[in-house]
Ligand binder design. Structure first.
Ligand SMILES: Nc1ncnc2c1ncn2[C@@H]1O[C@H](COP(=O)(O)OP(=O)(O)OP(=O)(O)O)[C@@H](O)[C@H]1O
Length: 580
């Protein structure tokens, strides 16, 4: 906790000069407030009691000058504090985002998207509010508090002492509330994150919800979460609204004490009436800062709960990262070798066992097997989305763990089953494969991917916006854009997860043709569902329960009459007479 305060301060450190100026402005603006009771004192004791015109004139000029400068300092404090707070927030958000980009797949599989989003939105927003609003209030009120105390001692030290003895009571109350508010702040943030997660999940699963007619079920689920959020928020409101009256009551007790002791001294002539009124005004001044600081304290506690969450993300250790002496992988030929590879996502449950295989440059390796056999896992080991738990994966005889991850992934192209396109133009989506590609190169890639023609038919051609605010493309079209993207990247190794969902025959042919072109000259690992891929593969790996049970070409495997031949018969029975 303390540590996180320090870490927040580290984010503020680069802006200390501006913050220093801001604090000066805040103190100067606050000092103007301290001038007011002094005016009242002089007004009562000199102007009213002694009919002193000179003092009245001076007071008039003083008020105008002081409040003119107060305005200037007020502007300075608001501008400078907001500047620093906004910068700090931008920095934190950026560091968080970098961390998220650094995380490997394993992190995202364990976290819900909504939760991750809420770190960058809700938690950072809570920090932002605390920094902007609290900093000004805190320094202003603290200055007024300290200034008022000094003035009170100056006016009557005995009376001031009585007042000060009772003040810790307020501090105690604030502490109790502060702790409760912090705990509740954490719960509120969690509940909000739960709602965001639920929303995210249900929006992306809308097809599933509709097809199972689970709208009412989802509404009920949402209502429950929403109610929990309401309860947590109301708990916070309850605490906040109890805090103010408690502090105010304690302040009233203090004012009564001053009134009695002060009045006693005026009656006996040891204190002037003006001094007592000024003293009282300072005392009331004192209660304002206490009240506001207590509120600021509450929001800082809530912000610290957010900071705890933000820093816990920053502290998450990434297991898959470059070794200290990792080398840049030179341009590869595309030789891939699995050497007695074993892998498990969770200790004790092997998903891949003792897998050895070799792929010469340019070969096509088809991976087949029943669902859950470990096909996706195998291909994920090549770009180091996960690290092997036993053995090694080597590319051009170099262990993938010995080379820089970026230099490894730059030479591997992946065409996933579900094509992910960004809400951007088609041109940008293809160029994602190589950011410095020219328009001509993008178009050449699109032509090779059989995408050029359909792109030209769209109203804005390559500048057509895809996604939520743009056109919706068919599955086959999306795949061809993904293929164009991979062609542009021109990787030596290709990983292809063939879509299982059926495309119409024409689209299927166009996609297949594009894939065939893409595979030429590249070492390709294909999680194969299409017969044509399987037939052209140099080697077919048959997986079952994480083990390679057979391997060879189509004809060799059919001859073995094992799992492959069984899978082949059930999957392609109807097609084989046409295609073989
Ligand atoms: N992130 C993960 N964490 C834990 N276990 C996982 C994870 N991903 C996959 N598994 C498990 O590992 C095993 C192999 O999964 P994998 O996705 O590699 O199989 P697959 O052959 O590609 O299956 P499919 O054809 O259904 O995609 C399965 O038992 C699966 O439940």
């Amino acid at each position: 906790m303390n540590n996180n305060y320090k870490r927040l301060l580290l984010f503020i450190k680069p802006y200390v000069p501006r913050l220093g100026m801001a604090v000066v402005c805040i103190i100067m603006a606050a000092a103007a407030n301290l001038y007011v009771p002094w005016i009242i004192k002089d007004l009562i004791d000199k102007v009213l009691a002694q009919k002193d015109m000179m003092t009245l004139n001076l007071l008039g000029i003083g008020i105008i000058v002081v409040f003119f400068f107060r305005g200037i300092f007020y502007y300075g404090q608001t501008y400078l504090v907001s500047y620093v707070a906004e910068r700090v927030i931008i920095d934190i958000r950026e560091v968080l985002y970098k961390k998220f980009q650094e995380f490997q797949l394993a992190y995202y599989e364990k976290q819900q998207t909504g939760t991750i989003m809420s770190y960058i939105t809700n938690d950072v927003a809570a920090l932002q509010a605390a920094l902007v609003n609290s900093l000004i209030d805190m320094v202003t009120e603290l200055s007024i508090f300290i200034g008022s105390v000094c003035m009170m001692f100056y006016l009557d030290w005995k009376l001031a002492l009585v007042t000060i003895i009772v003040v810790p009571l307020i501090g105690k109350a604030m502490k109790i509330f502060g702790r409760k508010l912090k705990d509740n702040g954490a719960i509120v943030q969690e509940r909000t994150a739960d709602i965001t997660s639920l929303l995210q999940e249900t929006i992306s699963a809308v097809r599933v919800i509709k097809s199972f007619v689970r709208e009412d079920y989802e509404i009920e689920r949402f209502q429950k979460q929403n109610y929990l959020n309401f309860k947590a928020n109301m708990k916070g409101v309850q605490l906040m609204s109890l805090l103010t009256p408690t502090v105010e009551f304690l302040a009233a007790v203090i004012v009564t004490l001053i009134l009695w002791f002060g009045g006693y001294q005026v009656v006996h002539g040891s204190l002037t009436a003006g001094s007592l009124v000024a003293f009282l005004t300072y005392a009331v001044n004192l209660s304002n800062p206490v009240k506001r600081i207590s509120r600021v304290f509450g929001s800082i506690q809530a912000a610290m709960a957010a900071a705890d969450r933000v820093f816990s993300v920053l502290d998450t250790k990434e297991k898959i990262k470059d070794k200290e002496n990792a080398i840049v992988l030179p341009e590869i030929t595309g030789k891939v070798e699995f050497k007695h590879v074993g892998f498990s996502y969770n200790p004790g449950r092997a998903v891949i066992t003792d897998l050895s295989l070799k792929a010469a440059p340019g070969q096509v390796i088809a991976i087949v097997g029943p669902s859950g056999a470990g096909k996706t896992t195998i291909v994920n080991l090549i770009p180091r989305f996960y690290d092997v738990t036993e053995g090694a994966v080597c590319i051009d005889d170099m262990d993938v763990r010995d080379v820089k991850i970026s230099s490894l992934r730059e030479q591997i192209g992946i065409v996933p089953q579900e094509t992910m396109l960004f809400s951007d133009t088609i041109m940008h989506n293809i160029r994602y494969g190589r950011l410095d590609a020219t328009d001509e190169e993008v178009i050449t890639a699109a032509k090779a991917a059989n995408a050029h023609n359909f792109i030209l038919e769209l109203r804005n051609g390559y500048e057509t916006q895809i996604g939520e605010r743009g056109v919706t493309l068919s599955g086959g079209q999306r795949q061809r854009i993904a293929i164009a993207r991979a062609i542009l990247k021109n990787p030596r190794i290709l990983i292809l997860d063939e879509a299982t969902s059926a495309l119409d025959t024409e689209s299927e042919e166009l996609v297949q043709e594009a894939l065939d072109k893409l595979m030429v000259g590249r070492t390709s690992f294909v999680i194969a569902h299409r017969l044509s891929t399987i037939l052209q593969a140099d080697n077919i790996i048959v997986m079952e329960n994480g083990k390679m049970v057979e391997s060879g070409t189509h004809r060799e495997l059919l001859g073995k009459n094992g799992l492959y031949s069984h899978l082949y018969n059930i999957q392609f029975n109807d097609k084989k007479s046409r295609q073989v």
